[in-house]
Design a protein around this ligand. Structure first.
Ligand code: HEM
Length: 207
């Protein structure tokens, strides 16, 4: 299994703590919990199968589509292009699902995101795209294929540039919003965990 955990990353020695450093520290354990979910461990396993990958993308769509809708309603001026559910649909079509099947996939219910904390939800959205680049490289090598990785590849170089822009804007957020930012980030991580824990109760691969 490839070990690409970020749990050990540290901001020690960088003063003063920016909003980014605070939200990163506040969510480090939540990220580690996600990486330990059985379905995430499978993603990095040496016997991961194409059928499991398809089911994984289907489950992701059920999370990302509602997340993008919630972000579109709350994130105001700081809203980045919310394209990841479109990438998921493109991947699922390429991997053989029909549009009808994709529409029928379950979607999760997410609480609305209040605007003072929207940066926290965006932190999870943009940061996950960053980690996704690592996962994309691993999966492309593993499956020896270029098909079905639009979601994890995201927009490659644009992802890193957006992350840098995002880091600048989160650090410019008002100081009094810091607690709301951390709470919103934790709520999104938690919603992701719950959604995938429910999937882990089912048999993997049954899209
Ligand atoms: C097996 C699953 C996962 C692995 C192996 C993984 C791995 C990584 C890696 C390597 C990075 C650092 C990327 C970089 O700095 O270039 C990262 C960052 C991040 N990931 Fe994940 N990730 C996983 C799942 C997720 C999920 C499902 C979410 C959100 C729902 C998420 C949220 C984040 C966030 C917010 C960051 C940015 C952290 C920061 O620098 O402050 N990750 N991830």
């Amino acid at each position: 299994m490839l070990d690409v955990r970020i749990a050990e990353r540290s901001d020690e020695g960088r003063e003063p703590l920016s909003h980014l450093a605070v939200v990163r520290a506040a969510t480090r354990a939540a990220h580690a919990k996600i990486e330990a979910l059985p379905s995430m461990v499978r993603l990095m396993s040496d016997d991961f199968s194409p059928a499991e990958y398809r089911a994984h993308l289907a489950r992701l769509l059920g999370f990302y589509e509602p997340l993008e809708s919630a972000l579109a309603r709350s994130a105001g001026d700081v809203r980045p292009p919310l394209l990841r559910s479109r990438f998921l649909i493109a991947d699922l079509l390429q991997l053989g699902l029909t549009l009808e099947q994709i529409c029928a996939l379950p979607r999760c219910e997410l609480p609305s995101i209040a605007s003072p904390g929207a940066f926290g939800a965006l932190y999870v959205y943009e940061g996950a795209a960053l980690g996704g680049q690592v996962i994309a490289r691993r999966l492309q090598r593993f499956f020896r294929s270029e098909r079905g990785f639009a979601f994890y590849r995201c927009d490659a170089l644009g992802t890193r540039d957006r992350w840098i822009a995002f880091c600048n804007s989160i650090n410019a957020a008002a100081a009094e919003n810091q607690a709301a930012i951390c709470d919103a980030a934790l709520a999104v991580f938690d919603a992701f965990c719950q959604w995938f824990e429910r999937e882990d109760d089912r048999t993997a691969g049954d899209v």
